[in-house]
Every structure is written in structure tokens, then in C-alpha cells.
Design a protein around this ligand. Sequence first.
Ligand code: NAD
Ligand code: DAU
Length: 344
Amino acid sequence: MKTVLVTGGAGFIGSNLVRWILHHRDWRVVNLDALTYAGNLENLRDVEQDPRYVFVHGRIEDAQLVTRLLEEYAVEGIIHCAAESHVDRSILSAAPFYETNVRGTLVLLEAARAYGIKRFLHVSTDEVYGSLGPDDPPFTEESPLKPNSPYAASKAAADCMVRAFVHTYNMPAIIARCSNNYGPYQFPEKLIPLMITNALADEPLPVYGDGHQVRDWIYVEDHCRGLVAAYEQGVVGEVYNFGGRSERRNIDVVRAILQLLGKPESLIRHVPDRPGHDRRYAIDCTKAERELGWTPTVTFEEGLAWTVEWYLHNRAWIESVRSGEYRRYYEQQYSWRLQEGAQV
Ligand code: NAD
Ligand code: DAU
């Protein structure tokens, strides 16, 4: 049985990816996650007993730990999801973004190269391309890198390092760049889960500026399927864009959520804009469709309805995240092995 190392597997996309792999492939998955505020082992409760699943608490910047895992589990390849992922946090403090997204990716690349990894899928973002005007065509893989936030800059720097490792050392790496994901288990700091959880609590919904910024939304499972397709079939050194072909203005997303929940639009509050706010993202994903046989299958209306439904049926998850209780789950479950790097 082949083994893949997924980094950041306790986060939003990572946990959906680990679940997707365990359901659709006969692979062993080693999940290396630092359990920052965004890492939540409750996201994987339903698969944690699977004998093909191993969780390891630790940081990607820990070269010794990464090397030990690669050797101990005879890892075939890495799917690198771990990151500091929230733009607003990067505006408040850029340093953690440099540490994990840039330095962490470099440590991982070096360890993978020394070990002789067969496959390295770097999970990047469309934000590396910068912002589009209203009539610009969507980003292609050839669009120049023009990152605008410290988060986007750290991801672009990591992308450049991955590219350099391919070019210089023949590292068998591939880069995936996806648009805005939504779906179950997303931490309620991002637009859609924040609006759902605030509306459920009858709290104000903060819309930045005029709310006319546009994002291209993709249901997280579509992205996960694309990541596995890129891991299995992607050509080394290539970049693949993934998107949902679902451009929506923020204000329209927020209104749709309120409508699904039967809550009033009076909850909407226009608040000062995010500094340096990118106006529009849109992804041209024809290369992934053509070369990987992948296509997004979930419409925005369908995916948003499922997502709202998921949050409605998982109030305990919301409560545990909002109260900080989820931070204690790991300690309760694994209190007997609390060292960093402990395998659980
Ligand atoms: P997330 O913030 O929900 O999860 C990140 C995970 O990484 C957490 O479990 C966290 O504990 C872990 N982590 C952070 N620093 C670490 C470190 N130093 N070592 C080990 N683990 C660490 O993020 P997400 O939204 O699931 O995004 C996952 C990846 O996908 C990121 O690389 C992000 O840039 C990229 N991406 C996200 C989106 C999106 O819309 N969310 C879109 C495109 C690309
Ligand atoms: O495009 C992919 C990127 O999408 C990923 O790389 C990032 O990890 C992910 O966080 C996301 O970045 P965004 O900044 O686009 O996502 P966020 O959910 O933070 O915001 C979406 C839009 O909603 C954006 O225009 C800002 C706006 N917004 C966000 C929040 C949290 C609001 O108007 N109010 C809010 O409270």
C-alpha cells in the first residue's frame, strides 16, 4: 500500500482531502499538522480509527521530524497543504506567514529531496496572481505572479521555491492553484462560515467596503478531487489551476446565506474595507480539464445549500470552535503523548 504524507491535514482543505483519499483510494495517509488555531482534530473524528490513517503532531519546519516520517513510513509522496491561510491575519502580522509558508515549504522541499521523494504536490492559491479588473479574462497558469497581501506574497515565494527545486534539482513537484473554497469544516474566520455562524447567532455580518469584490467559489470536494488528479497524473514542473467557474460578489453570497437561513438582511453591516483588498479573482481551469480529466461538478447554489445544511446540523462543532473547546480535544484524547512529533 502506498503512503502519502499530507501536511496540514487537520485544517479545512486538508481534513476534507484526508477523508476523500481514505474513501476513494487504498492509500495510507500520514497527517503532519502543528495544530495551530486552524487545526482541529474534530474535523477527522469519523476517520481517526481507520488503520490506514496516522496523525503526527508537529511542524513542517522540523526537518528531523519530517525526515523521520518520510523514512519510517516509506512515504511515496507529499501533498503539502499546511499554511497560514487567512489574509486578514497576514495583514495584522506577516511573520508567521513567512515562517510556515516560505521557510516551512523550503524545509519540506529539502527533506523531500534528500530522501528522494517520488511526488511533491504543492497546494497553492490563485491569490498569487493578484487582482483582476471587471473585464479581464480569468487567470491562466501563464498569468504573471503579482501577489498583493503578505499571505499571497508568502504563497508566491513558496511557489517560486518549488519551481526552482524542479528546475535545479529535478524535484518531481507539481503546483496546484485554486480559487476560494467553501464547504464543511471551514474555520469561521473565512467569509462563508463566518456569515453562516454569525447569522445563526443573530450577530451582525461584517461586509468589507461595498461588498462588490468578486471571488470564484469552488466546493471543497471538487478541489480535493482535483488535488488527487494532479498528484496522480500531473506532469512534473507544471502548474494546474482549479476553480469553480462560479464568480459571485461578496454581498450576493451574504444575501444568499441569509435567504437560506431565513434571516433578515438587516444583519448586514458594511465595515471599513480590508487594506489592499483584491477586487476580483477568477480562474481559467481548462488546462486541468484537458490534461487531468477533471472538472468542477458542484454548482455554487447546490454547494452553498449543502454547506448551510452542514453547519445547521453541526452546531456542536461550531460551539466547540467558537468557545475554543476544540483546542482541548487533542489534549483529552492524547494527553499521554503530548510531545511534539509524537505519533498518535
Ligand atoms: P487552514 O488554515 O484551514 O488549515 C491549515 C492547516 O495547516 C491547519 O491544520 C494548521 O494547524 C496547519 N499548519 C499551519 N502551520 C503549520 C506548520 N508550520 N506545520 C504543520 N502544520 C501547520 O487552511 P486551508 O484553508 O485548509 O488551506 C489549506 C491550503 O490550501 C493552504 O496552503 C492554502 O494556502 C491553500 N488554499 C486555500 C484556499 C481556501 O479557499 N481556503 C484556496 C486555495 C488554496
Ligand atoms: O482565493 C483563494 C484564497 O481564498 C485562499 O488562498 C485563502 O487561503 C482564503 O482565505 C481565501 O482568501 P480570501 O481573502 O478571498 O477569503 P476570505 O474568506 O477571507 O474573504 C472572501 C471575501 O470576503 C474577500 O473579498 C473579503 C470578504 N470578507 C471577508 C471576511 C472574513 C468580508 O467582506 N467580510 C469578512 O468578515
